[in-house]
Design a protein. Structure first.
Length: 141
């Protein structure tokens, strides 16, 4: 099925484009939004972390109420700590949820399996008329 193969090729190229920087050890790309009230929504932008930083998503709590949120880059040491933040006279307990791959602070908490993309592509090709690429590795279907 030529259309399916073209689609799979485009998906594989897109996955490589998104995953390759983190595989090569380049700086992380993370989503950024400043500390703000949790209910407020602002435009989320992408930022590049320094080499020693990881992505984070932070929550500021006042008692049992989560009132603040933020996203961006932070030193890995901050991930294991809780800090106090004073905003307009109120002290919030700020905790960080950190992750170490690009775009990981979007809210998704599952670490990507880099081997899964080629496996899915090859499996799909195997199910569709024994794709030509697969014939290089396997003589028969």
């Amino acid at each position: 099925v030529p259309g399916l193969r073209t689609t799979l090729l485009h998906v594989a190229i897109l996955c490589l484009h998104l995953l390759l920087p983190s595989l090569l050890g380049e700086n992380l790309l993370c989503y950024f939004s400043p500390i703000q009230e949790k209910e407020k929504k602002s435009e989320v932008i992408v930022t590049e972390c320094r080499p020693e930083e990881v992505c984070f998503k932070a929550m500021g709590r006042y008692g049992n109420f989560t009132a603040l949120s933020a996203m961006g880059c932070v030193l890995e040491d901050s991930c294991r700590r809780q800090s106090n933040l004073r905003v307009r006279g109120t002290v919030y307990a700020l905790t960080y949820i950190c992750c170490d791959w690009s775009y990981c602070n979007s809210g998704v908490t599952v670490k990507p399996f880099y081997f899964l993309v080629p496996l899915v592509v090859l499996s799909t090709m195997a199910l569709t008329d024994c794709g030509h690429l697969l014939h290089l590795f396997v003589k028969q279907c």
